[in-house]
Design a protein around this ligand. Sequence first.
Ligand code: ADP
Ligand code: MG
Length: 575
Amino acid sequence: MKELIVGIDLGTTNSEIAVDLDGEIKVIPIHGNPIMPSCVGIDSAGKLIVGQAARNQLIAAPESTVLSIKRKMGTDEKVKLGDKEFTPEEISSFILRELKQEGERHLDQAIHKAVITVPAFFNEQQRKATQLAGELAGLEVVRILNEPTAAALAYGGGNADGETMLVYDLGGGTFDVSVVTVEAGVIEVKASHGDTHLGGDDFDQLLVEHAVAAFKKAQGIDLHQDLKTLRRLKVAMEQAKRRLSDDPCVTVREEYLDGERHLELELMRTDYEEMILPLMEKTLICLHQSLSDAMLGPTNISKVMLVGGATRTPLVHRLLQNRLGLDPRFEINPDLIVAMGAAVQGGVLAGEKRHSILVDITPHTFSTGILSDHLGYRRVECFPIIPRNTPLPASKADLFTTCYDDQISVEVTAYQGENVLPEENTLIGNFMVEGLSEVPAGNQVIIHFDLDLNGMLKVTATEKATGLAKTVTMDTRGAHRLDIDQARRNIASLVGEPGGASSETASERPDHHAQLATAKDLRKRAEGLLQKNISSEDAAELRKLLQESAEAISMSADLTDFNEALSDLLFYLED
Ligand code: ADP
Ligand code: MG
């Protein structure tokens, strides 16, 4: 049997273990889950418990449970567990031993050697402590690897010489950002900055404060003194925070929170993002610091990799894109990437030649059409719900509002493609939702996209106030299928055989592609004119036609009349 060298991410909040099996990187489940809380405890019978079981007793028995031991690595500080005291190395060794034993059980093979990762900023003492923890767990630690290096390895770094990458790692309690370069096949951390007290826990804490304030306002009770309730709230808020990464709003319900009264709290993603923005700004300052230490600017970076569970927060992606123009990579699970990279290193040391990490992602962005203001007129734009490179299956939602008073219906569209203009993307499907409440403009509608591994997209629109909902499942591979259907019909029209499956989409109308091409051309010319010095009346007329034509395009309507009107006006204005 081949020698195995496993890769272990010994994290502050969570730990993971992975292994290179004949060139394929596999994450080994621990107690049935790929992620194990880095939590150690003593149960009521005095037995040592590690992982989720220890995490579960945190509220009931905080004095018998240890969290975040990684922060103490390399210090002499001891921690109490039940009536005994332990060094940080000993506590860490319990975590490593659990990973080793579960790994052995799962692989049905003994594990003797490991690569263990540490933050780039760890000093010699902290690295030694980690090594010692491994040995106490019965592991030969063949290498202590920097976490950002592991992330770069997972993304295939090391193959392209001269590559400069950025690793943005936002975990539970710590944030690091590192500049990593590849020279002569060697991956090196050029600069690393961070904040050892900034991470998902802080986001939870802000939500806890928000909930405490809401409870005080509603019930007149201050929960600040009640430690047990605060811990319970923290668990609830951490779950709500995770859901806010995929949904635009969540409701938190905690019954008998203070023993008598319930908490019912609605959280909007937009409000949450406002709460955490100052902390996110801090991460960007660190990022700039790292770049300037390495004497680089954002344009020198070829790849930005997202690491750590908290990078699932959509605001992280948006800030990196909007503020720095960087398009982050997130197709490898941010919770598992460090362990996977460590397994790649383990594989290299064990003599494995090939290392592949298989991920199922969507190569396209899926958006919905919305009305948006552009150069002073309204046009239909594509608003991304599931960005490209998102791992599958994916389930994401966003919140939209109606444009007009008493708007009782909305058209929901789904597009595939990267452009903001619907006409440049592929229409996957559309449907009407009727019977919305007759209320002023601004009625909230949640659009939910569920994309599975087979390319089926389930689109659900829900009126938030009433729960009125409609779901339509669309086949995203339709773009190709339609082409085949059209080809069949073309052939059929020549040889006189019945056509393919009938469907009413515009893409199948023989002249639709030509109409669309004409519309695109006319619209470009019109937008060009709007930038020039034309009278306000002409501009208004042009904007009106642009808007009408955009709406027609988004509904896949016949474009003949719109094209004609636009062409006439352009003829008159361009002279
Ligand atoms: P560490 O490296 O510190 O062990 P992890 O990388 O495991 O930490 O990240 C843990 C943090 O990620 C926690 O704060 C957790 O709440 C957060 N997290 C996990 N999943 C999500 C999610 N879907 N959205 C937002 N935060 C998340
Ligand atoms: Mg981590």
